[in-house]
Write a new protein. Structure first.
Length: 179
């Protein structure tokens, strides 16, 4: 091998080694999506959110009908502006006419700042259709009232803090089912 070819090969190897050693990834900044400003419904906002985003829900009443569940299937934070004034209510005035208000179906989800009322289950922490089960989710600073079950975890690591869980048949009902 000639001296010139050897120097060119060594130079290319050196450049390649330096390029591989550099971290050329660009960090992605998490966004905040605002309901009802950016999207009219909470589920629309979640559908358009990316992993790590925050869906911020302004004060108001958000009615969920008996055929709808707010499903969070990616890691994000769902934050209500004020738990006394950011309401997720079942569509019927009679309690237990609705199914599940919010289902957490991914790990590391935070739900905070809501009043959730008039459902069979206010918050279900379960992925009924696939593993892995959601874990390390946080349910913080909510009013969970007038439901059959307040929070229903399914074999999860779960942080529950500073919630008002009252006037439900069962406040927190856990189960660990293996098929």
């Amino acid at each position: 091998m000639s001296k010139g070819l050897l120097l060119k090969t060594l130079a290319l190897l050196l450049i390649s080694a330096l390029a591989n050693g550099l971290n050329l990834t660009v960090p992605v900044k998490a966004d905040t999506i605002v309901v009802p400003d950016d999207y009219f419904t909470i589920q629309e906002a979640i559908a358009h959110a990316m992993e790590g985003d925050t869906v911020f829900v302004k004060k108001g009443t958000y009615t969920v009908d008996e055929n709808t569940t707010i499903v969070i299937d990616k890691t994000l934070s769902l934050i209500g502006e004020d738990p006394a004034c950011t309401l997720i209510l079942g569509a019927n005035s009679e309690r237990y006419e609705n199914n599940i208000a919010i289902r957490l179906a991914a790990p590391n989800i935070t739900v905070s700042g809501f009043t959730i009322a008039n459902f069979v289950v206010a918050i279900a922490v379960a992925n009924y259709y696939a593993e892995p089960y959601p874990s390390d989710c946080r349910i913080i600073n909510n009013n969970i009232v007038n439901n059959s079950d307040g929070i229903r975890p399914q074999r999860n690591r779960l942080f529950i803090s500073e919630n008002n869980i009252t006037k439900n048949n069962v406040g927190i009902s856990g189960y660990n089912r293996k098929t």
